[in-house]
Ligand binder design. Sequence first.
Ligand SMILES: C[S@@+](CC[C@H](N)C(=O)[O-])C[C@H]1O[C@@H](n2cnc3c(N)ncnc32)[C@H](O)[C@@H]1O
Length: 352
Amino acid sequence: MTDTPVPSGSPSDAADDDVARRLRAAEPVHADDETRILPSQTDDDVVRRLRAAEPVHADDETRILPSQTDDDVVRRLRAAEPVHADDETRILPSQADDGVVRRLRAAGCVFAEDEARLLRAQADGDLLDALVTRRVAGEPLEHVLGWAELAGVRVVVAPGVFVPRRRTTLMVEEATRLARAATAPRPVVVDLCCGTGAVGLVVALRTGDVELHAVDVDPAAVRCAQDNLARVGGRARTGDLTAGLPHELRGRVDVVVANVPYVPTDEVRLLPPESRLHEPVTAVDGGPDGLGLVRRVLSEAASWLARPGHVLVEVAAHQVPDAEQAARAADLVPRTVRDDDLDAVVLVASAR
Ligand SMILES: C[S@@+](CC[C@H](N)C(=O)[O-])C[C@H]1O[C@@H](n2cnc3c(N)ncnc32)[C@H](O)[C@@H]1O
């Protein structure tokens, strides 16, 4: 959010000063507009409050637009203060008479203008109306659009399939570094629990010529992954972790990326509604301590690795000690990579 560029046609410097003064003097009402247009003035506070309010580590802010947690902030800001209609019409004159924006905003979409722009690029007339109706009913924007983005790469995502999160960019970056360092002329990359296949796809695109295999237990996810991986010649199969891999890969895999479900079962109910209601529980529920699938991946993947070879799993910060212990139990050497801006932690477990 803090990197959001100021759109062209934004107010002049003098007007900005005036707006800044007025916003500072009063609690911002249109927090969504303000964070988009004037990020430097409001983001710090909004981000702090969002972080403080976030109940679990898992599925929140960073899809195409960070609408799930911001909604709550905007609702609270609106409830606390009457609308500054003059600010709105002066800063954003085009919004007031836009039916799509109005519908999205009334439904609590924070980045209503941005969402309207994306939806309009997708459809018009009755089809646009149908898309807006789905979004207003609470479907994730990515499911409505039919695509999502990870690290700047667009992937197909069907309703009911896990939407890639921005924090997973860290896994992509680390995996790409390791795949590029592989000694094989054509490194083998495996994406377990692939969902749309976005992680493996971006690693393949960034690395160059790789042999890419992806596995997911959910046939709907595998169909998306098959579509998405076609552009790099990758294969996606339905299966339970490594049971879905062809046997000839055993001992040949340079990098396993596995963004597995890691939310503890008791915390699944705390996830934002967009995740709880529109993504399968099998995509998020990691068992009693969240690490059930992480342990299985580490112990199963060890025998598929080349030497050197690496398994990468995303975890929550508090899960690191137990995840490292699971790596050691699988005779792998753990290290942890973090990115506070992405709120991401990746365990890299390497073959000896
Ligand atoms: C958190 S999502 C991650 C999807 C994708 N890697 C990404 O980052 O966008 C976890 C995925 O794991 C899949 N999954 C859950 N249990 C599985 C299992 N035992 N074997 C294979 N896939 C599984 C789910 O269907 C879901 O697509």
